[in-house]
Design a protein around this ligand. Structure first.
Ligand SMILES: NC(=O)C1=CN([C@@H]2O[C@H](COP(=O)(O)OP(=O)(O)OC[C@H]3O[C@@H](n4cnc5c(N)ncnc54)[C@H](OP(=O)(O)O)[C@@H]3O)[C@@H](O)[C@H]2O)C=CC1
Ligand SMILES: Nc1nc(=O)c2c([nH]1)NC[C@@H]1CN(c3ccc(C(=O)N[C@@H](CCC(=O)O)C(=O)O)cc3)C=[N+]21
Length: 284
């Protein structure tokens, strides 16, 4: 029987730990505030943004929501980000992705001050991660490391295969597994013999963006399966990049969707906000 890794429960534990830290910081006069910017009304983004607001309320972090119309110009968005960079009352800035197609996401991400980059997407944060300096780490991969550690799964020395090489999931995931002394392979759409490559994994992280793509044929007996994917099926039910019903028979541990990686992303965002406020306090 596979161990079901309960991301909802583990994320609650982390949020409870953070809640206490936020309380004691508040008692010493440090308020913590996250600014969340959403451009347009993509329904999936609205769900995620609302989950972030709820987590802020739960942990005692103030959240400021900026809901901008789809028609907002890039210059207007940049000017809002610059204003928030300069605002001492704001500790973290998150611009929800994807942005409308008339905007250059990389340019917007670079506008966010690296000191307030709680998503960990700024090139400065990415560089710090790869050279092992302290900095903000992308929330989804950071959450996956917490899931593994808190489930008692050893990373050091293990064969870790990451499928997907996006800047926000696959690449930072590879960096973190390497930092934890895993032996890391990154696979992608040009990988030959993906099944064989995936089957090497003791720990298989799947971030492809294709509904239920990975089944038991890609899985070594006893592997740990982490499913980052997020989709809705024909019946509007959430599902992942992994065919859970099939994969569960081979895995020693597996994350469900929903209730796996998703809630951890939000918990790590809260963690990054607390860290941002701490660092800014030290710099003052
Ligand atoms: N739960 C959470 O908190 C989060 C969930 N997500 C979800 O995770 C998934 C991945 O997100 P993201 O990384 O942003 O996605 P991207 O679309 O940016 O990247 C997908 C990656 O998968 C690779 N890929 C695509 N098709 C294949 C294939 N057939 N075989 C092997 N590799 C393939 C691509 O390769 P190539 O580079 O060659 O094109 C690319 O590197 C999505 O479902 C997304 O919704 C994302 C962020 C957070
Ligand atoms: N700047 C930016 N930062 C992000 O971190 C970011 C982003 N843009 N754009 C989109 C992706 C996706 N993402 C998720 C967050 C929470 C859940 C989550 O809470 N999932 C729940 C279910 C949610 C539901 O009910 O739909 C679960 O898996 O149990 C999922 C996905 C953050 N992202």
């Amino acid at each position: 029987m596979a161990q079901i890794i309960d991301g909802k429960l583990i994320s609650k534990q982390i949020k409870d730990e953070l809640k206490e830290q936020v309380q004691s910081m508040k008692a010493e006069g440090t308020n913590i505030c996250l600014a969340v910017i959403q451009v347009g009304e993509d329904p999936a983004s609205t769900v995620y943004v609302n989950n972030k607001k709820k987590a802020c309320t739960y942990t005692g972090i103030e959240s400021r929501a900026y809901e901008l119309p789809e028609s907002t110009s890039e210059a207007e968005l940049i000017s809002l980000v610059e204003q928030l960079n300069a605002d001492d009352g704001v500790n973290g800035i998150l611009v929800q992705l994807p942005l409308p197609s008339h905007m250059n996401e990389d340019k917007i991400i670079r506008t966010i001050s690296p000191d307030k980059d709680v998503d960990g997407f700024h090139p400065v944060s990415v560089g710090r991660l790869w050279i092992g300096e302290e900095g903000f780490v992308s929330c989804t991969p950071a959450g996956i490391i917490q899931l593994l550690k808190r489930s008692g799964i050893e990373i050091s020395g293990k064969e870790c295969v990451v499928i997907g090489r996006s800047n926000i999931v696959g690449k930072p995931m590879a960096a973190l597994l390497l930092r934890e002394n895993g032996t890391v392979t990154v696979a992608h759409s040009r990988t030959e013999n993906l099944k064989e490559v995936a089957k090497r994994a003791d720990i298989l992280i799947v971030a492809i963006g294709k509904k239920e793509f990975i089944n038991s044929e890609y899985i070594k007996d006893g592997a740990v399966i982490i499913d980052v994917g997020m989709h809705r099926d024909e019946n509007n039910k959430l599902c992942g990049d992994v065919d859970y019903a099939d994969a569960v028979s081979k895995a020693s541990a597996i994350t469900p969707v929903p209730g796996g990686v998703g809630p951890m992303t939000i918990a790590m965002l809260m963690n990054n906000c607390v860290a941002a406020a701490r660092r800014q306090e030290e710099l003052r």
